[in-house]
Design a protein around this ligand. Structure first.
Ligand code: HEC
Ligand code: HEC
Length: 322
């Protein structure tokens, strides 16, 4: 099933089960609710959860995926740019792993097509987990009889690189966050969000934020240039390679400063913002978006209302707010 916005109000990808049984979804809205359930193999989710928190995936047993993606910090690390092996700066803000299973591409520059492919990156990167091959990881995990039996229970062929990636990816697919107040509103509960949040949502649409941040994740389904109205990078200064975004993948000049539009789900939980961690607050991020993506100087009143809308995008993980 794909979740790409096709420019219409097509919600054919939403099943009856997703409507809370009410059968009601505000069909014409350009944002869709996150499904309430996902069918995932529990054994693999549990193994993947363990691997996600496993420092043996790094060269000196010091760094796990969870070092930079803390589940109690909205799936990020709260830093401007993430620090990996022995404090090396990755030069990029760690995106949340919540709802990563629904993204159309992974990473700020969209360099990975799937979660499985994405997992190769941090393990192999010298600056992140120290530059490990899957063979190195397999050797370490095989020394634990506990891991060997857990893999044998979950997979016919035991501990392999593909199975490690598969389990971690299935765990990440379990990190979906349904039932946000805004989703309850979309499913027909008029009182799930305040009048201010509704006004903020209308502004989000009328200013045009929605042209880039839409679909189920309120983002995560297209690439866009950062700095359409004005040179964000010149104004910020200190331009580094990772600021080139998608250009680093395609070497195509038209991809300079092009990034995957990030999801705004659980956005109040994942400061600081942008690929560079430059805006420290959501207030600042919203104003910069107005300025550089829409060419408008948003009045504080409107920023506040948009914020009230964004707050309603915080969903639940395992039944509790993210
Ligand atoms: C040193 C910190 C660090 C570690 C360790 C790390 N990550 Fe990340 N993660 C990042 C950063 C920074 C990015 C953005 C990378 C990019 O855009 O190229 C990222 C991107 C991601 C994404 C893409 C999210 C999106 O919205 O596009 C996923 C999924 C992810 N990491 C999962 C993992 C997994 C799984 C592991 C362990 C195997 C891991 N990360 C280890 C910092 C880290
Ligand atoms: C032309 C496309 C476009 C428009 C219009 C747009 N955005 Fe964005 N938005 C982006 C991109 C691309 C990024 C990533 C910026 C970066 O990483 O440097 C982003 C990032 C953000 C972030 C930070 C997300 C994060 O995880 O760091 C917020 C919040 C945000 N936008 C809100 C808004 C609001 C509110 C509006 C309307 C006032 C808006 N955006 C309009 C494309 C757009």
């Amino acid at each position: 099933m794909t979740w790409m916005w096709d420019g219409t109000s097509n919600i054919s990808s939403i099943s009856d089960a997703d409507t809370n049984g009410s059968g009601v979804v505000l069909a014409a809205e350009p944002i869709h609710p996150i499904p309430l359930t996902q069918d995932l193999d529990e054994e693999k989710v549990a193994l993947g959860e363990r691997l996600f928190h496993e420092p043996k995936l790094s060269i000196n047993d010091t760094i796990s995926c969870a070092t930079c993606h803390l589940l109690d910090k909205g799936g990020t690390d709260g830093l401007g740019t993430s620090l990996g092996m022995q404090g090396s700066n990755t030069g990029l803000n760690s995106p949340t792993v919540f709802n990563s299973g629904f993204h159309w591409r992974l990473n700020w520059d969209g360099s990975a097509a799937t979660l499985e492919e994405q997992a190769d990156g941090p393990v192999a990167a010298a600056k992140e987990m120290g530059g490990m091959s899957w063979e190195d990881v397999i050797d370490k995990l095989k020394r634990s009889t506990d891991y060997v039996s857990a893999f044998n229970r979950a997979y016919d062929d035991g501990v392999t690189g593909d199975n490690i990636k598969d389990a971690i990816s299935i765990f990440q697919r379990s990190l979906y966050t349904p039932n946000a107040p805004f989703d309850r509103y979309l499913r027909g509960d008029e009182n799930a969000i305040s009048d201010d949040a509704k006004a903020g949502y209308n502004l989000f649409k009328s200013y045009g934020c929605i042209t880039c941040h839409q679909g189920m994740l309120v983002g995560g389904n297209m690439f866009q240039k950062v700095g359409i109205f004005g040179d964000y990078f010149a104004d910020r200064g200190n331009v580094i390679k990772s600021d080139l975004g998608r250009y680093n993948v395609t070497q195509d000049d038209s991809d300079r400063h092009v990034f995957k539009v990030p999801s705004l789900r659980n956005i109040t939980r994942t400061a600081p913002y942008f690929h560079d961690g430059n805006p420290k607050t959501l207030d600042e991020a919203i104003k910069l978006m107005g300025q550089y993506q829409l060419g408008v100087d948003l009045p504080q009143e409107d920023v506040d209302l948009i914020m009230q809308f964004l707050i309603t995008l915080t969903g639940e993980y395992q039944g509790k707010p993210v």
